[in-house]
Design a protein around this ligand. Structure first.
Ligand code: MF3
Ligand code: CO
Length: 263
């Protein structure tokens, strides 16, 4: 109960401000994309991101959040999410989720993309492609009149058809003046269950999909979330607003993909 359980509905003006923060996330991820290749230390990517965010008159949302020490979460292979960038180095064949948050004009942007480092195995490519596709299936279900459970159901039924596991411990979330607001947006669920989706809601959908078991463990650093069977995991996140005339994406992979096409 209390203020943290209230769903804050956003005005059109607020949605515009959130969109600006999300735009900076997209540009930052595109900047990071330029540097993703074998041999690059994760810390270097984090430094590039932080400088880029500050150059755009924004603040990295993650840095200092519950004591988190960096601007990005960089999660490689069996790391599902919340990988802390340190001296670890990207290598050929890795899949790497880069998650970024920015704060500007009082509102947060937050989204993520999973990159391939050089050539990756066919089974990893399928995991990445299907995780991304599951996000779009979730977005398709995120319309007014539906329920939050419809989103999770769309994601879960799609990825489980391939034998993949849906992480239960971490979920998508409302976002605005706070990085994490109600409602929770699980990547699993039942049709017609959960909160009714209404205009003014702004939230992030972020499927975390494991090649094997859905179960995860946390490292001793109290951040890094890993698959229990140490098989790979992929993660994509988009941020969207429900309006009276339809659901709009506030995040975009356009800038990222422009960079990837040139590589
Ligand atoms: N992007 C993550 C999320 O969606 C937030 C990272 S948690 C942090 O919940 F503490 F690292 F910021
Ligand atoms: Co998020």
């Amino acid at each position: 109960m209390g203020i943290f359980n209230k769903i804050y509905l956003k005005t059109t003006e607020e949605v515009e401000l959130i969109k600006e923060s999300a735009r900076i996330v997209g540009l930052t991820l595109a900047e990071v994309a330029k540097h993703i290749k074998p041999g690059v230390p994760c810390q270097y990517l984090d430094r590039i991101a932080e400088e880029f965010i500050r150059d755009h008159h924004a603040v990295p949302s993650f840095k200092g959040y519950n004591g988190y020490p960096a601007s990005l979460c960089i999660s490689i292979n069996d790391v599902v999410v919340h990988g802390i960038p340190h001296s670890n180095i990207l290598k050929e064949g890795d899949i790497v989720s880069v998650d970024c948050g920015t704060y500007k004009n009082g509102y947060h942007g937050d989204y993520a993309y999973t990159f391939a480092v050089g050539e990756i195995s066919n089974e990893k490519q399928l995991l990445v492609d299907r995780t991304r596709e599951s996000l779009y299936k979730g977005i398709e279900a995120a319309k007014k009149g539906n329920h939050i459970g419809d989103i999770g159901h769309a994601i879960q039924s799609y990825v489980e058809s391939f034998g993949y596991g849906v992480v239960r411990e971490l979920v998508g979330h409302g976002i605005g003046k706070n990085m994490h607001e109600k409602p929770d947006v699980p990547n699993f669920g039942k049709p017609g269950k959960g909160e009714l989706i209404v205009p003014g809601m702004v939230f992030c959908i972020e499927p975390m999909i494991n090649m094997g078991t859905h179960r995860v463990s946390m490292d001793r650093d109290q951040w890094t979330i890993r698959t229990l069977d140490r098989k790979p995991s992929a993660h994509f996140e988009h941020q969207l607003a429900v309006t009276s005339t339809g659901t709009i994406l506030l995040s975009t992979y356009e800038y990222i993909e422009e960079v990837l096409q040139k590589k």
